[in-house]
Design a protein around this ligand. Structure first.
Ligand code: ATP
Length: 233
């Protein structure tokens, strides 16, 4: 469904991604793991049209447009790191913003229901001002807003960042539920154990280069990965 071939990103003199290639199949959860500054966000930002790149990004065998709003229209959506939400709008209004490129009222209403079923906490708080939500609730809202664009491919950038362990478990359970809804997920995470536990396939990104890839099961069992990313010796 998504093929990235030989992607390069430069920020001035910094060569942040160096010939990155990944392949995401329909219905999979694919995770990119790597430490701080490895280039994980840059990869998602390039795919979603937020950052300039050289190389090819093919979506359903056609080049994905390079402008962010056209990427969303194509069915690819990114939930950015840091849960960027509209702090002064209500939960419901934030979700509505996620559907701003759509005009299929019936579909939008169905997706509101799906999102509220997936995140009952958001339903309870639909009239609350988003800036007053807890960190975990804001993460749910950012994910829900992404789903409101009705994407086929949803890219999540560090969804577990800064959350308490119990909430991290909830977020990963919801990630699996999103897959079960028929969506494809590209998941960037520093929490490698959790990410590999839910993913089908994984890539390891180090200093802008893919250094390992395979099924998530294989990488979980790999002693080098265990030492570097799973805190095992
Ligand atoms: P983290 O897990 O800490 O978010 P990351 O793996 O997502 O890190 P990126 O944010 O993609 O890594 O950053 C990759 C490299 O590119 C880093 O060295 C970073 O400092 C640099 N970088 C990212 N964005 C910019 C920018 N807008 N201008 C200059 N350098 C940047």
């Amino acid at each position: 469904m998504l093929k990235v071939n030989n992607l390069n990103v430069h920020y001035g003199g910094i060569h942040a991604l160096r010939g990155v290639s990944i392949d995401v199949q329909q219905g999979e959860i694919v995770t990119i793991i790597g430490s701080n500054g490895a280039g994980k966000s840059s990869l998602l930002n390039a795919i979603s049209g937020m950052v300039k790149y050289q190389g090819d990004v093919l979506y359903e065998e056609r080049p994905l447009p390079k402008q962010a709003h056209k990427v969303v229209k194509s069915g690819v959506c990114q939930v950015p790191e840091g849960r960027i939400i509209f702090a002064n709008l209500t939960v419901h209004e934030n979700l509505k913003m996620g559907a701003y490129l759509r005009n299929d009222t019936k579909g939008i209403n169905e997706d509101f229901e799906k999102v509220y079923n997936l995140f009952p906490r958001l339903k309870e708080r639909e009239k609350q001002i988003a800036g007053t939500l807890s960190g975990g609730e804001q993460q749910m809202l950012a994910m829900g807003r992404g789903l409101m664009s009705n994407p086929n491919l949803i890219m999540l950038d560090e969804p577990s960042l800064g959350l308490a362990p119990l909430l991290i478990n909830t977020i990963f359970e919801i990630i699996v539920e999103i897959k079960q809804m028929g969506k494809t997920l590209l998941l960037v995470e520093q929490n490698a154990f959790k990410a590999l536990s839910v993913a089908d396939k994984a890539y390891v990104l180090e200093q802008g280069v893919i250094t390992a890839s395979g099924s998530a099961k294989e990488l979980l069992a790999d002693s080098t990965i265990q030492e570097a990313y799973l805190g095992k010796k």
